[in-house]
Design a binder for this molecule. Sequence first.
Ligand code: RB5
Length: 142
Amino acid sequence: MIALGCDQGGYELMQEVKKHLDARGLEYKDFGTYSSASVDYPIYGKKVAHAVADGECEKGILICGTGIGISITANKVKGIRAALCHDVFSAEATRLHNDANVLAMGGRVVGPGLALMIVDKFLDTPFSGEERHARRIGMIEE
Ligand code: RB5
């Protein structure tokens, strides 16, 4: 189960992400927002971060205008490693190296074509499991 959250800056792109996840047959829980009306992104960043941190969802996808505010919010929650990615290389690297559990993007930064490639790379890349990366992830929580 993938937790989804966005504000008005990410709302349109999130509709594309949902269509894409539907097409792939991947289950998600949409924590909102549910329209393009102005809202406060920390509400949605926290909902998704807690769903992932509590184990209700395995991964999360967050989208605001830049991806910055919503990723900062998510990273305040213990156990969350939210990665702001606007390229496919970073999406792959953050799974391999950081075992990132939340992907953040900016709906005003990337178009849907690139965003969906980033989503696929993030969801389909496993953590490398290498000792040095596991050690460093452990150090984040210390
Ligand atoms: C909302 O206008 C905008 O500030 C928000 O979507 C995001 O970019 C914050 O980091």
